[in-house]
Design a protein around this ligand. Structure first.
Ligand SMILES: Nc1nc2c(c(=O)[nH]1)N[C@H]1C(S)=C(S)[C@@H](COP(=O)(O)O)O[C@H]1N2
Ligand SMILES: [Mo]
Length: 417
């Protein structure tokens, strides 16, 4: 290192002296041992990888590459994958905080700058931590539909997911020897002797790094106690939110914004007719569904649709934000409607809503859904005509699709050549 940079490093170290000393003291705390970092890190990696896989799946369903056939069974597939995505994302909050708490003293290890390799390793950790914190934070904000950030949630959440997974791969690669050493309790190095429960202060022989230490308030915090606390916190945040999609946990759902069974016709509403600005057009006596094919336009009034054969489908709404619920829909099969106009869909249908703005005003429905016998232009929900907030006079409902694709307040359906 040149003398200029080493002088700079010296000066930095002197400036950080108090922080470095505090961190050094903290590093000898058993809950900040490599073993704890590995135990918490493993759980966090599982949560992140679960989020990554289910998140990519969700993006594929919303923006399908044309060549990929999309699954329509089991009908609850997206309910499970997206429910898991949000549950794992929520679980990662306490795990991420616990992991940062466990390893933060290492960020202040000396030398602060060090060799190029060490600097690169620390930079990758900085990227991982920064991206993970932002990723989890905007995910939570999205669940409560609080779009305080000035960018597209979907695109940034997806891009950051790649950054997190990429820097996680580097991090795991760099730390692999340490991870292997501390993978099992038996196989670890120096701190294998940490007593599970507080056993007292270090004796004169001085296994000081191993023995539980008193914290500032004079209490003992053992590693097992710390991990138990993390487990309880994680279980608590999951239990109090997963009820938005898991029926058994519904009574415990205090934090998730949507509640199973609560809403018009016993089903939550994501965006109301007022919010979408469709109240007048949706209730207009002039309303008719336009079906456009390469050979012309057909118009179906509500009475025309009601006069066609009606089919019942029991299908869930599964919102990307993590809530989901099954409902009973009744209406005209999409295949029956297409047959009526003599159209065979070879490309995605273009489904337009009465809504004039917003990302979900127009959606595409690939042929595998359009041809599915369960897919409906629904007119009724749970035994009565669709509530205005659920898409009156007509909406689409198809199996195994993200809620955002279940377009409400239909205006037209276009079959392209
Ligand atoms: N036209 C239109 N359709 C829409 C939406 C919308 O904002 N506009 N929201 C979608 C979303 S995100 C979900 S989860 C479902 C929710 O359906 P529900 O409000 O009837 O429960 O509707 C979908 N259909
Ligand atoms: Mo949604």
């Amino acid at each position: 290192m040149s003398s200029v940079t080493s002088r700079a490093a010296d000066r930095l170290e002197r400036a950080l002296e108090p922080a470095l000393r505090t961190a050094e003291a903290a590093a000898s705390d058993p809950i900040k041992s490599p073993r704890t970092a590995v135990v918490v890190g493993r759980l966090l990696a599982i949560a992140f990888l679960t989020c990554f896989a289910t998140g990519l799946f969700s993006h594929v369903l919303q923006d399908p590459p044309g060549w990929l056939p999309l699954p329509t069974r089991p009908i609850d597939l997206y309910r499970w994958t997206q429910g898991l995505h949000v549950i794992a994302g929520i679980a990662s909050v306490p795990l991420l905080l616990a992991k940062l708490w466990t390893v933060y003293p290492r960020l202040f290890e000396r030398p602060v700058l060090g060799s190029a390799a060490r600097f690169a390793e620390r930079a990758s950790i900085a990227v991982l931590v920064g991206a993970a914190l932002v990723e989890v934070a905007i995910g939570l904000l999205n669940i409560v539909q609080w779009y305080v950030f000035p960018f597209s949630f979907r695109r940034v959440h997806l891009a950051l997911a790649w950054v997190v997974v990429g820097s996680l791969a580097i991090h795991i690669g760099v730390k692999l020897p340490l991870i292997v050493r501390h993978w099992s309790r038996a196989g670890q190095g120096a701190d294998a002797a940490v007593p599970a429960e507080p056993a007292g202060r270090a004796d004169a022989a001085g296994t000081t790094t191993a023995a539980p230490r008193a914290d500032a308030a004079g209490r003992f915090v053992s590693r097992r106690g710390f991990l138990g606390g993390v487990a309880v916190a994680t279980a608590a945040v999951v239990a109090t939110t997963a009820g938005q999609t898991v029926g058994l946990l519904a009574p415990l759902n205090v934090f998730a914004p949507r509640r199973i069974g609560v809403g018009p016709q016993g089903l939550p509403v994501n965006r109301t007719a007022v919010q979408a600005g469709v109240t007048a057009t949706a209730t207009s006596p002039e309303w008719a569904l336009e079906v456009t094919t390469p050979s012309g336009v057909s118009s179906f009034t509500l009475d025309d649709l009601r006069a066609m054969p009606q089919t019942v489908s029991v299908l869930p709404i599964a919102c990307v934000e993590g809530w989901s619920q099954e409902a009973t829909w009744r209406g005209v099969r999409m295949v029956d409607l297409l047959e009526r106009v003599g159209a065979v869909p070879r490309h995605p249908l273009v489904v337009s809503s009465l809504q004039t703005r917003g990302a979900y005003a127009v959606t595409e429905m690939p042929p595998e859904y359009a041809l599915d016998p369960l897919t409906l232009v629904a007119l009724e929900l749970n035994g009565s005509p669709l509530d205005l907030d659920h898409g009156y006079p007509a909406r689409v409902i198809a199996p195994a699709r993200p809620g955002v694709m279940q377009t409400k307040w239909l205006r037209s359906i276009e079959v392209t050549a």
